[in-house]
Design a binder for this molecule. Structure first.
Ligand code: GLC
Length: 553
């Protein structure tokens, strides 16, 4: 693959805690990932993105980093990661890691040093330490809310535990203080961290919350609409003083210069929630980030008109600046696609957690949605277990949940553990082959083994076989790597049909039926279908509802 591998790559997200456990402590680790690289190469993905693996108190699934140059001892060490990168490269897989520049853990040496001083110190200048309002400065400096619920400010106490009248900012958990990116030392430190990992062969970074590093001067109130009680979703971003400030782009330009000094150049994918297409495209300018996540696509309900509009908007937005579009349906932050699409149309908001809904319907739609996504031009993301068709585990008991937002919102939100249940590799109980000792840090439901890799290896009808087939076709068919697509008109507005133009072997038609009636789609040969039994007759197929297909055009 060329230096432009990222423009068409399928990138597999690994949540290290839940992927594979080699040590037997019930927590996934780097050695576990190494044992499964052959599986991933065989699956046919081009790269892995590993969620944070750094030393961390794990108050937010590792997104609270204590030391960016150390691997969490529960996961392994730097030498093990170097070996992982080597092994992956030998198998033709690229490796992307997560980097979390907006905040650090409260156990990070910089924050511990700040706590040992009074606000106004050089140590505190690396964070946002701001005088409170009201009598005795006893109220937070402004009305900003934590994304995880409650105020975004906590009081800074003195050595005797008394309030100082100053507050520190945390857009996420109180254990995740925001860094002050106006400070040159913060910028220099992160550029050095980039080089530390790029020098070890890392191919790129996924940038956590790439929109929030610069805050509006003077920390103005955001004046939320009445009724919005918590900053619970990153989706609510329009016009807010803490997101998408123009100055953030200078940071990405500087990072891009670092990445471009390497051969091959290293790449960035940003977690960007923007308030307009132009705002999103700004992050994708040729001297900034290579790609960003497509949250509009991820959040789109099971609705043909809306899906088509999102595809068009995604392509045109990225096209404004010559960037490839990306596609994503699942991550470690949102309910599994199968379970999301099991909810009825009215409840099809990605933050609707009223499942389980109609799981049989969800199974069909989840398979169709994944196949359709992999047929779009650009780069696509698969979250671990999506290739197995895993469901959201809605039924986790409150006592085992670890998402910090669960406690901060008294259970109203923070249900992200349901997509983080460890991967079932076999159907052996207990533990489904996740680790040698049968332990797993979150309990596995009783249907987990039936969806395991081992079980699906024995079946041609599983989601695993479907994803493998699709990824093989993405490699063998030039049409699926082309940058463009065109819509093909269909008489039923609930049926989406698109054409990927090929050379030689010809075009490929990708179709999905989001309606309630079977629909005919023209094509000469079925290359992949989300349900069994779809056959061509008279130069076309009859596509059942909730089904997707790839046809030779
Ligand atoms: C991103 C991550 C999420 C994390 C948050 C704070 O949204 O995807 O898991 O909790 O940032 O770092």
């Amino acid at each position: 693959m060329t230096a432009n591998w990222w423009r068409t790559a399928v990138i597999y997200q690994i949540y290290p805690k839940s992927f594979a456990d080699a040590s037997g402590d019930g927590i996934g680790d780097i050695a576990g990932i190494r044992t499964r690289l052959a599986y991933l190469a065989d699956l046919g993905v081009d790269a892995i993105w590993v969620s944070p693996w750094y030393r961390s108190p794990d108050r937010d699934g590792g997104y609270d980093v204590e030391d960016f140059r150390q691997i969490d001892p529960r996961f392994g060490d730097v030498a093990e990661v170097e070996a992982l990168i080597r092994d992956a490269h030998t198998l033709g897989l690229r490796v992307i890691a997560d980097i979390v520049p907006n905040h650090v853990s409260d156990q990070h040496p910089w924050f511990r040093a700040a706590l040992a001083t009074a606000p106004g110190s050089a140590e505190w200048s690396l964070f946002h330490a701001v005088a409170g309002r009201g009598v005795g400065r006893a109220e937070p400096p402004n009305d900003w809310l934590s994304v995880f619920g409650g105020s975004a400010w906590d009081p800074i106490l003195d050595a005797a535990g008394q309030p100082t009248g100053f507050w520190y900012l945390h857009l996420f958990d109180a254990t995740q203080p925001d860094l002050n990116w106006e400070h040159p030392a913060v910028r220099a430190e992160f550029e050095d961290i980039l080089r530390f990992w790029f020098d070890r062969g890392l191919d790129g970074f996924r940038i956590d919350v790439a929109t929030s590093l610069i805050k509006a001067p003077g920390y103005p109130d955001e004046h939320r609409a009445a009724g919005v009680e918590a900053g619970l979703s990153l989706e609510v971003v329009e016009g807010q003083p803490q997101w998408n400030r123009p100055g953030v782009h200078d940071i990405w330009r500087a990072w891009r210069r670092v990445a471009d000094q390497y051969n091959p150049p290293r790449v960035f994918v940003g977690e960007v929630w923007a308030d307009s297409p132009a705002g999103l495209a700004a992050y994708l300018r040729p001297d900034e980030l290579h790609t960003v996540f497509n949250f509009d696509y991820m959040m789109c309900p099971w609705d043909a008109d809306r899906l088509r509009a999102v595809v068009d908007a995604s392509l045109s937005t990225a096209g404004l600046v010559g960037a490839p579009a990306t596609w994503v349906l699942e991550s470690h932050d949102k309910p599994r696609v199968r379970s999301r699409f099991a909810l009825d149309a009215a409840g099809m908001d990605i933050n609707d957690r009223s499942g389980p809904g109609d799981d049989a319907l969800g199974v069909l739609r989840g398979r169709a949605a994944t196949l359709f996504m992999l047929g779009l031009p650009g780069s696509a993301y698969l979250y671990q277990g999506q290739e197995l068709g895993l469901r959201e585990v809605w039924e986790l008991a409150a006592g085992v949940r670890q998402d910090p937002a669960f406690a901060r919102t008294h259970g109203a939100d923070g249900l992200r553990d349901g997509c983080r249940v460890p991967i079932p590799w076999t159907d052996e109980e207990p533990g489904c082959g996740f680790g040698p000792a049968g332990m797993s840090w979150l309990p596995m439901p009783s249907d987990w083994g039936a969806m395991s890799v081992a079980r699906q290896e024995r079946s041609a009808a599983g989601v695993l076989a479907l994803v493998r087939r699709a990824l093989r076709l993405r490699r063998s068919e030039a049409a699926l790597r082309s940058a463009a697509m065109t819509w093909v008109a269909h008489e039923d507005p609930a049926v989406l049909v698109l054409r990927r133009a090929g050379i030689g072997a010809g075009d490929i038609v990708v179709a999905m039926n989001l309606g309630a009636a079977p629909a005919r789609v023209e094509g000469s040969e079925v290359l992949a279908a989300s349900t069994a039994g779809i056959r061509t007759a008279d130069g076309g197929v009859l596509l059942p509802p909730n089904t997707a297909v790839w046809l030779r055009g």
